[in-house]
Design a protein around this ligand. Structure first.
Ligand code: AHM
Ligand code: MG
Length: 336
């Protein structure tokens, strides 16, 4: 449509979040401000990721040194970008990043009531071959009237107010939930704005894809082994599922959300808690799955009920379509 080329009534992420805010008259706009700083971080990282291949050969813009080894690694750079963006929002008090051993406590003068847990650039081992990578984040709030401490972030995932991820792929896509459904936005590079392109995402009730690192099969437990076997050799007359595994959580979860199916990173004999981190990988993705009508399970319980004891704790995770996660839950229940 010729008219479409001139559409200016776009639902940008800024407008979307401001709209949501009007549903909470008590809100003073702090959340919108925090989110706009997260969005800025995502745009910055997106641009750095897109330039990464070139930068290796030519040197990053403004840098005279052309040696790749002297350049800041993208994951380190992304971490700095998000820490600075979050602190300068003036709305945060505790930041937990996959890149930092210790949590960051924001200085009192710049403090706000939100805690943000994040993985600034997940799947960074995929950068050099151009596979999609992403940023994952979760947001919760401190209880008022006390000094912020780690207890404020070591809470069950249920207590999060919002969660999301930004995928740096063939396009840059930000998927967000503030607790009332899931919406997806795509960056329009010419405008520098995220536009609502995937309103009210619902995951199909049952999917045709399973996604797991099957190279670990030798060490899997009974239920995981039985489950994956049933994906390949279904006994209920249904067709076998397809296997898709990118090895980049944001990309694997994004596909699962849109097409349905199940993503699993189970525990095994070598790593009983699997690989993925509770606070900034398992929780945000589980939050999004539930908000989209799916489920997330740890092998023992609903993922969002887990109470982490350490900020970098890991947990096995099975998440995706409601019916598919139901199957694995049954297998674990039968074990007990
Ligand atoms: P990273 O934080 O070191 O990048 O690792 C996390 C990534 C996830 O994106 C992905 O789901 C998983 O590791 C893949 O692990 P594996 O290579 O063991 O299959
Ligand atoms: Mg990670």
């Amino acid at each position: 449509h010729a008219a479409d080329a001139h559409r200016t009534d776009l639902m940008t992420i800024t407008r979307f979040v401001l709209n949501e805010q009007t549903k909470h008259p008590e809100s003073r706009g702090d959340f919108s401000i925090l989110l706009s700083h997260i969005v800025l971080g995502c745009k910055f990282v997106c641009s750095a990721v897109n330039k990464a291949g070139l930068a290796k050969l030519l040197g990053l813009a403004g840098e005279t040194n052309v040696q790749a080894k002297d350049q800041k690694k993208l994951d380190v750079l992304s971490n700095e970008v998000f820490i600075k963006a979050l602190v300068s929002s003036g709305r945060t008090c505790i930041l937990v990043s996959e890149e930092d051993e210790e949590a960051t406590f924001v200085e009192p003068a710049k403090r706000g009531k939100y805690c943000v847990v994040f993985d600034p650039l997940d799947g960074s081992s995929n950068i050099d071959c151009g596979v999609s990578i992403g940023t994952i984040f979760g947001i919760c709030m401190i209880k008022e009237g006390h000094e912020p401490n780690l207890e404020d972030v070591l809470q069950p995932g249920m207590n999060m107010l919002a969660a999301g991820y930004c995928m740096y792929g063939s396009s840059c896509t930000l998927v967000l939930s503030t607790g009332s459904g899931v919406n997806g936005f795509t960056l329009d590079p010419s405008l520098g704005e995220f536009i609502l392109t995937h309103p009210d995402i619902k995951i199909p009730k049952k999917g045709k894809i399973y996604s797991v690192n099957e190279g670990n099969a030798k060490n899997w437990d009974g239920p995981t082994t039985k489950y994956v076997q049933s994906c390949k050799y279904p006994t209920d007359g249904s067709s076998p599922k397809s296997l898709r595994y990118i090895g980049s959580m944001v990309a694997d979860v994004h596909r699962t959300l849109l097409y349905g199916g199940i993503f699993l990173y189970p525990g095994d004999k070598k790593s009983p808690n699997g690989k993925l981190r509770v606070l900034y990988e398992v929780f945000p993705m589980s939050f999004l799955m539930e908000q989209a009508g799916g489920q997330a399970f740890t092998g023992k319980q609903r993922a969002l009920d887990l109470v982490p004891e350490k900020i970098h704790e890991r947990s096995p995770i099975f998440l995706g379509s409601y019916d598919d996660v139901e199957e694995i839950k049954k297998l674990y229940a039968a074990e007990e």
